[in-house]
Design a protein. Structure first.
Length: 557
């Protein structure tokens, strides 16, 4: 794990003896699926704990039952485990602490530091003031301790309707930090909770539950994104007034990536309005979507390590994430041949019914991956764009009268082009050079082009989904006045091809298995739709690495 300013803080705290060991946590709200930004936080929190001999809790901040579901809890656990992290027995929930939080709330009321307020949510906002104007105190701020305790207990008992009252901290309505202007601690909400059922009629606000949950778990380093920097004085105020364990909050810049949105609200809208197929749509930046697209967890961890941890907001190129994916897949993915836009080739000089088995390398980057055999016969499939009737000068693939090498096989020459009534090319009649099997030419002639192919007799038909950016601009938020981010949706973000031809080895691929289609790109057997007899593959990434090319150019300059 690369060093950064947070690891410097941790090392200094350990060296000074502030803590015998560090305790971190990853605290998601179970109101949606995790995305790549959460992956950065997961890697940071679990990585720090591992690096410095500490522990990291998985804690669900489940304080809003109207938006939270067990489905999200299970998805989050699956994603964290898939990324390679183990919270062991340390699975916690803010709802585990509801009773303790309530007891502390009564303590603040008894100290005269909290009061029950009858203002509506809109009135509370009106009284709050602005960055340039102080707030106004609630007319209920000076209720007696006895009255506040009575009302709070009746709130808990479910006596009042939703929104009728709140419990607010009594801090400073003139504070320059709006978070300290008597923030709401509890609201009345008659809603069933996914864990506590109907036991509660009031629920803690995030700012009241979050910091105290850290304290209960004795979190030494409470790591969060920069938007919580202004909330830190409030968390510190609660800790000081209650006299409880003081976690140290440290903020870092959240992850922003080009060509996508990271807001849960926007991701939810994409799902609910049907712009994508679900939370695991491979075009989404959700961890579930990245997994279904074929991104290896090692590549995501590598990406999070490379981008580093800073306090400076910035946007990372999506191409860097793809670069990390390609580097990992180039190392581990088995090579296979597939034809996505098939054009028939008939070797007229090859005996009918005859076939040969050719040896093909599984991964040139990994000799231990070994080889496989591919069958070669009279009729083959090649990519349609590997043939041109009237090719330009530097086209080194198949054309009338030209030769090309078939990967792992023979050199063939196109002798005749067959067309249908509409003038479309439907078949190439070719001959092969029997002396060129596996490589080389006996007479020393140079054959510049090599193309892939699939044997027609045992080809597997498949559906292949070609994914691109969901948005057609780097910043989907930068839209015209009056428009929203949906206007930046890329209409070509998904192309579905049927009738693709795959070599037989791909028929045995298991859901989630990653491969490289030679000369085309990296693909994965879809974890939902791929099944025996119905192969479905998703494109993970093309072979062209634009990020690496740009880096080389910049280095040369």
């Amino acid at each position: 794990m690369a060093k950064h300013f947070i690891s410097d803080i941790v090392e200094a705290d350990l060296a000074e003896g502030k803590h015998a060991r560090i305790q971190t946590r990853f605290p998601p709200e179970p109101n949606g699926y995790l995305h790549i930004g959460h992956a950065k936080s997961i890697c940071l929190n679990f990585g720090l704990a591992e690096q410095y001999g500490g522990a990291c809790n998985l804690r669900f901040d489940d304080t809003n039952p109207t938006k939270e579901e067990d489905e999200y809890v299970q998805a989050i656990k699956r994603d964290v485990a898939w990324l390679g992290f183990d919270w062991q027995e340390r699975e916690y929930y803010a709802s585990d602490y509801f009773e303790q939080l309530y007891e502390w709330a009564e303590r603040l009321v008894e100290k005269g530091k909290a009061f029950v307020c009858d203002l509506t949510a809109e009135q509370v906002r009106e009284h709050r003031g602005s960055l340039t104007e102080p707030g106004r105190e609630s007319p209920y701020r000076d209720r007696s301790v006895a009255e506040n305790l009575d009302l709070l207990r009746r709130m808990r008992a479910g006596e009042f309707p939703d929104g009728a009252r709140t419990l607010r901290a009594k801090i400073d309505m003139a504070s320059g930090n709006l978070n300290l202007r008597d923030p709401v601690m509890y609201r009345i909400l008659h809603a069933r909770h996914h864990r506590t059922g109907d036991a509660w009629s009031i629920y803690p606000m995030y700012d009241w539950a979050h910091g105290q949950s850290d304290s209960i778990e004795r979190i030494t380093h409470s790591i969060c994104t920069l938007e919580f920097e202004d909330h830190r004085p409030l968390y510190d105020w609660f800790v000081a007034e209650l006299g409880i364990f003081p976690p140290r909050q440290i903020e870092f810049a959240r992850l922003n990536i080009s060509h996508t949105v990271m807001s849960k609200r926007k991701l939810l809208r994409l799902v609910e309005e049907g712009h994508v197929s679900g939370w695991d749509d491979p075009r989404l930046p959700t961890i579930a979507g990245l997994r279904r697209r074929g991104y290896p967890p090692a590549a995501i961890r590598d990406f999070c390590d490379r981008i580093g941890v800073t306090k400076q907001e910035s946007t990372v190129e999506f191409a860097l994430l793809e670069h990390c994916v390609r580097e990992e897949l180039n190392r581990v993915a088995l090579r296979r041949m597939a034809v996505l836009d098939p054009l028939k080739v008939t070797l007229v000089d090859w005996p009918e019914g005859k076939s040969e088995e050719l040896e093909a390398v599984n991964n040139p980057e990994d000799p231990s991956a070994g080889t496989r055999t591919v069958r070669f016969g009279r009729e083959l499939w090649i990519e349609r764009d590997d043939f041109l009737e009237d090719p330009p000068k530097k086209f080194f693939r198949l054309a009338p009268g030209r030769e090309v090498r078939l990967r792992w096989g023979y050199v063939v020459r196109c002798d005749e082009v067959v067309k249908n009534a509409a003038g479309e090319v439907i078949e190439l009649r070719c001959t092969h050079d029997a002396a060129t099997r596996g490589g080389g030419t006996p007479d020393g002639r140079k054959v510049k082009g090599t193309i892939h192919w699939v044997n027609a007799a045992d080809a597997v038909d498949a559906e292949v989904r070609l994914y691109d950016h969901l948005f057609d601009r780097e910043d989907p938020e930068a839209v015209e006045a009056g428009a929203d981010f949906l206007s930046a949706l890329n209409p070509a973000s998904l192309e579905v091809r049927t009738g693709c031809k795959l070599e037989p080895a791909l028929a045995a691929a298991t859901p989630g298995e990653r491969v490289q289609f030679e000369r085309i790109g990296y693909f994965v057997a879809d974890e939902t739709d791929h099944a025996p007899g119905r192969p479905v593959f998703n494109r993970t990434a093309t072979l062209r690495d634009t990020w690496a090319r740009v880096q080389r150019q910049q280095g040369a300059e």
